[in-house]
Structures are given as structure tokens and as C-alpha cells.
Design a protein around this ligand. Structure first.
Ligand SMILES: Cc1cc2nc3c(=O)[nH]c(=O)nc-3n(C[C@H](O)[C@H](O)[C@H](O)COP(=O)(O)OP(=O)(O)OC[C@H]3O[C@@H](n4cnc5c(N)ncnc54)[C@H](O)[C@@H]3O)c2cc1C
Length: 463
């Protein structure tokens, strides 16, 4: 393959097998999985350029599995709203998006039978790594991976698990300029809309009907306040930049206000790129403090989460926590726990704590809990559970079940942060040992919590 004319930073490109490009095959295949968008999608840009170089059409494949771990109707709806957007946008580019209801890797292997080369984007979770490995082994042609969902590629930032934001910050900021270039899509030389495939594709024209008939967990309802897809993502971004960014630095922690970007569900499904966010926000010189704070969250903290998930095999379980935190929590394992709730009481928001109940209710109804309350939510569950392990498991499970942005590196790291990850030891106290403690008095000192309660009540009434 000749990479000379390909305008993607070479450090985003990795060959996942040693196989050759098959010039006798029909098309170049882009297996879209993590970067579900057309804007600032390095993998798509690369695949188009490659298809043009090889003088072949580009076909895009998306595999929809009905048994993705912990996914339910809420997640499927949000994601498919996005895939529908992508299908339309690709059609305008003369590119066909094929959506198959299949085991994801098996679908890619099947589609690769007629492919000269397969290009795939990059996710960091265990299941995604397994898919890439399976496909790389079993297809006859080359598999190229393009990293498109972080600003600075993971291995370029660091070759090890980083201790905290303080240790990764400079490694990212020193390279942001190098990797922030907006992605330009070349027009395709050969259209793929006329390619007829033997397998039946999913028809996305009536999403509700399709979703009603999918054999998925239907128990968690979709949310009405956020619609999925790259069009809506860019709309929300515009609202953030024009109306909220100015005060982000001052107001972002206050749960009673609506000053957050709402970008996390869109980032989770790759419906918006961190490159788009970076470029959109960085131009704003008037609100320098807010811009710096937002970059700290959306680039530094988010890519610290990717770093953890990538380098720590136990990213989603208690074993992945730092040694000091596990030792300290273990020392307090037998401490008296004055209040212990059952998992059902917690899930249905029936505790004595009105702030915690409001946070859990917000999650149940909207699929998104305010960022500051997420910390409080996690800390209280540690206090009210029989063991730190059972608290950890409940938090991961419930975060993944109800959050639109759940099952994300940020979710696993957010929960683990409540148990000391990327934090430092604090003054020792019962139950918590040396991990950071939070209480309702702290919330009241910092914020007008009645505003938050009212906000959640009004969402409840809207339902
Ligand atoms: C217990 C717990 C669970 C969490 N679960 C999730 C989750 O499932 N999915 C998820 O995306 N985030 C999670 N977070 C991190 C954070 O709370 C959310 O990213 C944030 O609230 C998302 O809302 P926003 O995009 O409107 O935030 P904004 O403040 O507008 O932030 C913009 C972006 O910055 C990044 N960001 C913000 N805060 C953090 C953080 N603390 N760590 C890493 N990146 C951050 C996110 O990508 C976010 O979309 C969790 C945090 C905790 C403490």
C-alpha cells in the first residue's frame, strides 16, 4: 500500500494483520463501529483515499448485534438514530452504508470476502479488541486500523498506565497541535450505491418499528430529552458554544444549572469527534478560562480514561483499583455501616437522602446524571453497601444500564475514581479509609441544592 498521498497522520494508522491488498476484489470496505459519523472521521477519510488510489468503490459496513453486553432499548435507539444520519450523509457522498443484523465480527468477515482491503476505526473495550483480533485472523485481505476517537493517539500519548491527570496532561497538551487538524473528505471516484449485496440489510426507515421487533432488552425506555446522531450532536455543540461556554468555568459543577455540553452520549457513540470539539472551542479567545476548563475535561480527562482502559485489563472491576485504595478500603471492611440499602432500594431511588434520590431519578428519566452528582452518587453507594466490592459492581451495572453514555471508558473510570483511581489518599475515616469522602453538607455549602431538586421534579412532571 502506498501511504504517500493519504492525508491522515501516520501515527493514527496501524496494520492489524500481515495480509496483502487483493486487487481482484470488488470494493474497499470501511467497517464502521466506533466512529459513527462522517465529520472529522479519520477512518472514513482514509478509506475514501485508499479506495480512490485503488480505483475501487468504497462500501461501509455497520454490524448490529442484539447482544452487546448491557445494552438495552435506550442505547439501541440512540445509536440507531445516529446510524440513520450516517446512512443519509454517506448516500450524499455516493457511498453505500450496509447495516447487517449479525454478530459484529462475523458480519465483517463476510463482507470482507469481496474486499480488497478492510479499514476499521478503533475502540478500546475488551469486546472491541476481541472483534478486531478475530477479523484480522480470519479475513484474506489486509486490515488497517485508524484511530479517530481521541485527539492524540493512545500509544503516542503514553506507553503505560498513567497515574493521574497530572502525569498525562503535558504528554497530551504538547501534541494537541500536531493532531488537531480537521479531516477533509475527498469525493469518491467510484460510487458504491449500485452494489447489490446478497444478504438482507436492515431497513432504518421506520426506527420504532425496527426497534420494537429487535430481540433486545426492552426494559429501559428511550429518553425524550436527547436524540441521537451527528446532526443533533452538532446542534448541541452549537448551543453549548453560543450559550453555555461563557460560564462553563464558573457554573459547570452546579447541578441546579444546565451549563454542561451534553457531549458525552455523542462522544460515546462516536457521533461527534474530539477533534471537532477541540477546534470549535479553541477558537474562542473571549472565554479563555472556560475554554481551558473544557479542554481539560473533554481532552485530558477523557483521554486519561482511554489510557486506563487500554493499559489496565481490570478496567471494569474492583481489581483494577490502585493498591493503596484497596488496602485502605480493606482495612475498614468490618467498620460499622449504620445504613445499608438493598440494590432494589437504590435502583428505585428510595433512600433517606433527597439529593441522592434526585440524582438517581435524573439518571432513570433522562439517561444522564449531572457530572457533579455522579461523584456524590458513587461515594454514597460506598457508604451504604455491605462491601466496597458490592458497591463497585452495583455502580458499574446501574451506570451502564441507564446512562446513554454508559459502557464507556469514562464510565468505568468515573466509578473507579469514587474508589480512589486517579486521586490521592485523604485523611483516614470509617468505611472510606483514605479514599475521598463527600457529604450532603458539602453540596449545600457549594450550591443552592433546592434548584437541583426542582430541576429533577420538573423533569419528573414532564414524563
Ligand atoms: C460515578 C461516575 C460515573 C460516570 N459515568 C460516566 C459515563 O458513563 N460516561 C461518561 O462519558 N462519563 C461518565 N462520567 C464522567 C463525567 O461525569 C461525564 O463525562 C460528564 O458528566 C458528561 O456530561 P457532559 O458531556 O455534559 O459534561 P461536560 O462537563 O460538558 O464535559 C464535556 C466532556 O468532557 C469529558 N468529561 C467531563 N467530565 C469528565 C470526567 N470526570 N472524566 C472524564 N471525562 C470527563 C466527557 O467526555 C464530556 O462529554 C462519570 C463520572 C462519575 C464520577
Amino acid at each position: 500500500m502506498n501511504n504517500d498521498n493519504i492525508r491522515i497522520h501516520p501515527e493514527r494508522i496501524q496494520l492489524l494483520n500481515n495480509k496483502k491488498i487483493k486487487m481482484d476484489k470488488e470494493y474497499v470496505l470501511y467497517w464502521m463501529q466506533s466512529s459513527q459519523r462522517t465529520k472529522d472521521n479519520h477512518a472514513l477519510a482514509y478509506a475514501i483515499q485508499l479506495a480512490n488510489q485503488l480505483n475501487k468503490p468504497l462500501l461501509v459496513y455497520f454490524g448490529l448485534t442484539t447482544n452487546f453486553p448491557e445494552a438495552n432499548r435506550r442505547h439501541y435507539q440512540f445509536m440507531l438514530e445516529g446510524i440513520k444520519d450516517v446512512q443519509t450523509a454517506l448516500r450524499d457522498l455516493q457511498i453505500q452504508l450496509v447495516v447487517l443484523l449479525t454478530d459484529v465480527a462475523e458480519g465483517a468477515i463476510k463482507m470482507a470476502q469481496q474486499a480488497a482491503v478492510v479499514v476499521v476505526d478503533r475502540g478500546y473495550l475488551r469486546i472491541q479488541k476481541r472483534w478486531y483480533h478475530q477479523v484480522a485472523q480470519r479475513i484474506a485481505c489486509q486490515l488497517v486500523q485508524i484511530e479517530s476517537d481521541v485527539l492524540v493517539p493512545i500509544e503516542v500519548t503514553s506507553n503505560k498506565q498513567e497515574y493521574a491527570a497530572a502525569t498525562i496532561r503535558k504528554k497530551i497538551t504538547s501534541q494537541m497541535d500536531k493532531f488537531c487538524e480537521a479531516v477533509i473528505l475527498s469525493p469518491v471516484n467510484k460510487e458504491s450505491l449500485s452494489i447489490v449485496l446478497p444478504d438482507s440489510q436492515l431497513d432504518l426507515s421506520n426506527l420504532n418499528e425496527l426497534l420494537d421487533n429487535l430481540p433486545i432488552d426492552q426494559s429501559v425506555q428511550p429518553v425524550s430529552i436527547l436524540k441521537g446522531g451527528m446532526i443533533e450532536a452538532n446542534h448541541q455543540l452549537q448551543v453549548f458554544v453560543t450559550k453555555k461556554l461563557e460560564h462553563y468555568h464558573t457554573f459547570r459543577n452546579d447541578p441546579g444549572l444546565n451549563s454542561l455540553s451534553m457531549m458525552s452520549p455523542y462522544l460515546h457513540y462516536g457521533q461527534i469527534s474530539p477533534v471537532t470539539l477541540y477546534n470549535k472551542v479553541i477558537q474562542n479567545r473571549k472565554f479563555a478560562e472556560s475554554v481551558a476548563t473544557f479542554i481539560e475535561e473533554v481532552i485530558i480527562r477523557r483521554e486519561l480514561s482511554m489510557n486506563f482502559v487500554y493499559y489496565n485489563q481490570d478496567y471494569d472491576n474492583y481489581n483494577g483499583l490502585p493498591q493503596w485504595a484497596k488496602i485502605s478500603l480493606d482495612k475498614h471492611r468490618s467498620d460499622d455501616r449504620p445504613i445499608v440499602y438493598t440494590v432494589e432500594q437504590l435502583e428505585s431511588a428510595k433512600t433517606h437522602d433527597c439529593y441522592w434520590n434526585a440524582a438517581q431519578t435524573e439518571l432513570l428519566l433522562t439517561g444522564k446524571m449531572h457530572g457533579y452528582m455522579r461523584m456524590y452518587w458513587g461515594k454514597k453507594v460506598i457508604e451504604w453497601s455491605k462491601t466496597p466490592q458490592s458497591a463497585f459492581e452495583w455502580l458499574v451495572c446501574i451506570n451502564n444500564k441507564y446512562s446513554l453514555d454508559g459502557r464507556d471508558p469514562n464510565g468505568f473510570v468515573g466509578v473507579a475514581w469514587c474508589f480512589g483511581l486517579h486521586d490521592r489518599p485523604w485523611k483516614e475515616r470509617p468505611i472510606f479509609g483514605m479514599i475521598r469522602y463527600m457529604n450532603d453538607k458539602g453540596l449545600e455549602r457549594k450550591f443552592d441544592m433546592s434548584m437541583y431538586i426542582d430541576k429533577v421534579k420538573s423533569i419528573h412532571q414532564l414524563k
